[in-house]
Design a protein around this ligand. Structure first.
Ligand SMILES: [Zn+2]
Length: 131
């Protein structure tokens, strides 16, 4: 009964997406931070987040909300990617990671081989690096 009413209410409305999920996560973080500090501004920001989240979920302008989410994903993708690569690097105990001093290209060498000569595949620079 309630379920049907809810389904009926949500028909033609936007619902959830990654941006809303992100807003909820930020909201939860702010709530936790709010347990330790007494900043009135946190409560205001939290309220705004909840409001924006509800507004987007119940919105009937589905195309607009989709465009917002696409923009958000475009912004978030490089952050998520660099976070994932950092995690992969931390898990990789067999290689040492560094950047090419000439062009900044990410490189890796096997660990424990002493000082070795490295050749950058991206810019062709050659330099010494400890492994
Ligand atoms: Zn290079």
């Amino acid at each position: 009964m309630i379920r049907r009413a809810l389904t009926q209410f949500m028909t033609g409305r936007y619902g959830g997406d990654q941006l809303n999920l992100f807003l909820i996560v930020v909201y939860v973080i702010l709530c936790v931070v709010g347990l330790f500090v007494r900043w009135g501004i946190l409560e205001i920001i939290s309220l705004v987040l909840v409001f924006v989240c509800l507004f987007r979920s119940f919105s009937r302008q589905i195309e607009k909300r989709r465009a917002e989410n696409a923009k958000f994903l475009q912004f978030a993708r490089p952050i998520v990617r660099s976070f994932n690569s950092l995690r992969a690097r931390m898990a990789d105990r067999d290689h040492r990671y560094f950047k090419c001093p000439n062009c900044g290209q990410q490189m890796r060498v096997p660990r424990g081989k002493g000082r070795i000569t490295v050749h950058c595949r991206s810019c062709g620079a050659t330099f010494e690096e400890k492994s």
